[in-house]
Design a protein around this ligand. Structure first.
Ligand code: ADP
Length: 549
């Protein structure tokens, strides 16, 4: 017997309609590519989004057609998020930090019909012009005064002109909530990038889930600054949440350095922000150097890669609460958030910090399974580890236009995250490593993340990576690769002294390599693949003279 409740679809346009009706005076502030801050309200956002929807309708797109964006966090990108998806098309956010060949592959694999881009990315679009001939239109997200003259892009359209004469009324269509809304490709650290095709239902449910207090916890009183880019996994759902709860949104545009972020946060009284550890390192270092403190920031969510304990402590010392979270492109992204339970308040500070450093406990809606080598669930004792499988209404069941996916085939109905984890009795999950990053020494596994976190706390070290070095006796041995703080020195003896007493002796790295900088992926994470390459070059004698003795 079916329930007798209304069957109202969960659509992204319903979030915009809600914002228009009840938060029309809520502010959206954007640092623009053209210079200066742009500010308007959810009411104006809604009107301009309807103008955009009318312009898209005129372009002759079919339902489900993909509309690509190469853009920063800004108000026009917000209009595309809601206007494209709300119309029944798919908003395909493209990560401009990917290699050109990957961007070309992605646009081709997605078969985008239209491409919108911020002026910063004109050189990328011009370089790819030859491969974009089949597109219905290419649109520069700017006004006539800033329109570039581009010989490579003869029919280039201007966003403001495109929407200028359109009516600001539009009836958002109703359709099945499982209709595709947005498309984002993984960073392609292993093989070609793979498309994750979100639905209206998955985006709305995910936005509601992260709004819960033990997830990110939002209300209309918040001033939210999504520093995580809108070109990767929908900026962790924050643009949708902002409109849903009516919080002021502050969008940083291209300005992600410590000084710009600090001034934006202080100027706009930002209370909540979210991003990857690398960005926060830049902000905290700049603040230390310039003797600054926060006056409005209360909470920060850090995720995307492991948060070093020292970073949590630095934020705490500035009066900012940290919530560590875990996610993937395939999980929309948020699946875990490290919110302590009331009983944990009585813990000693060190034990509390250790818990806050875990990736977190499952949000309602997400199911996790930690499978040992035999495929069976391992004990929930915080020690036994296995491969983390996940399923839920905002987890990808397959990839777009990519039929074969081992991650989905190993255990039908589950997605293999590629993370090796432990889980304790309260549900807190801790990543021991990426399956491909653990150091396998003498039949035992050494967690590269644990060794990196310890190294990161040393005063001479700016950034640290642990990678495996092939070893005739043990199979693999860990090597520490570091960038030092300006003027600092660090020897192998310093390294041993720093690790001794903190970890089992046999897991202490064999060597330390000092490099001027560490390679990062398109999403700002350490590229272990590239760091491993540095080590291999060292061994073969082709690398720079960097080994300490
Ligand atoms: P990619 O395309 O590189 O997979 P994702 O953003 O989807 O990009 O990355 C997902 C992976 O990032 C996760 O499987 C996990 O290994 C890592 N990750 C995400 N959040 C955390 C975190 N809080 N701590 C440690 N690793 C994390």
């Amino acid at each position: 017997m079916l329930g007798t409740m209304m069957d109202v679809p969960l659509l992204l346009s319903s979030i915009l309609r809600h914002a228009e009706a009840y938060h029309s005076d809520g502010e959206v502030v954007s640092a623009t590519v053209e210079g200066g801050l742009h500010r308007y309200t959810y009411g104006e956002l809604s009107k301009r989004t309807k103008k955009l929807a009318n312009a898209l309708a005129r372009m002759g797109l079919e339902p489900g057609d993909r509309v690509g964006t190469l853009a920063w966090n800004g108000y026009r990108h917000m209009e595309l998020y809601f206007g494209v998806s709300g119309s029944g098309f798919v908003c395909h956010t493209i990560n401009p930090r990917l290699f050109r060949e990957q961007i070309a592959y992605i646009i081709h694999n997605a078969a985008d019909s239209v491409l919108f881009f911020d002026l910063t990315f004109l050189p990328i679009v011009e370089e790819l012009a030859g491969q974009l001939k089949d597109l219905k239109a290419i649109v520069a997200m700017t006004d006539e005064a800033h329109m570039p003259k581009s010989e490579a892009l003869p029919g280039l359209l201007c966003y403001e002109t495109l929407i200028a004469d359109e009516p600001d009324s539009f009836e958002w269509p109703a359709f099945d909530e499982n209709t595709a809304s947005s498309l984002c490709y993984t960073s392609g650290t292993t093989g070609d990038p793979k498309g994750v095709l979100y639905s209206h239902r998955s985006c709305v449910l995910h936005a509601m889930a992260i709004t819960m207090p033990d997830a990110f916890g939002f209300s209309a009183a918040d001033v939210i600054a999504p520093i995580v880019p809108m070109f990767h996994v929908n900026a962790w759902g924050l643009p949708f949440v902002g409109a849903m709860v009516g919080a002021k949104l502050v969008l940083p545009g291209a300005h992600l350095d410590g000084a710009s972020l600090y001034h934006l946060f202080e100027g706009e009284k930002v209370s909540f922000t979210a991003g990857v550890p690398t960005v926060w390192l830049g902000l905290l270092d700049w603040m230390d150097t310039h003797g600054r403190s926060f006056t409005s920031l209360k909470r920060v969510v850090i995720g995307g890669s492991a948060t070093p304990p020292i970073m949590i402590s630095r934020f705490h010392n500035m009066g900012v609460k940290v919530r560590h979270a875990w996610g993937m492109t395939e999980t929309s992204p948020v699946g875990l958030a490290a919110a302590l339970k009331p009983k944990h308040e009585a813990l000693e500070p060190e034990a509390k910090l250790a818990l806050e450093c875990k990736q977190g406990r499952p949000l309602f809606g997400m199911e996790f399974r930690v499978a040992g080598a035999d495929g069976q669930q391992v004990a929930r004792d915080g020690k036994s580890f296995g491969a983390m499988m996940v399923r839920g209404p905002w987890v990808a069941a397959s990839y777009f236009n990519t039929p074969h996916s081992p991650a989905h085939e190993e255990m039908p109905g589950w997605f293999n995250t590629g993370d090796v984890v432990t889980q304790d009795e309260d549900g807190f999950i801790q990543i021991v490593d990426r399956t491909k990053d653990v150091v396998k020494s003498g039949g035992e596994w050494i967690s590269s993340i644990e060794l990196e976190n310890i190294a990161q706390a040393h005063p001479a070290i700016q950034e640290a990576a642990i990678v495996a070095k092939p070893d005739a006796r043990w199979g693999e041995r860990p090597v520490l690769v570091v960038v030092l703080k300006p003027g600092a020195s660090f020897t192998r003896a310093d390294m041993r002294a720093h690790y001794e007493g903190k970890i089992a002796k046999w897991t202490i790295p064999d060597d330390v390599v000092i490099v001027p900088e560490l390679p990062h992926t398109a999403t700002g994470k350490l590229s272990k693949k590239a760091v491993r390459q540095i080590i291999l070059e060292q061994i073969s004698g082709n690398g720079p003279e960097a080994f300490m003795s």
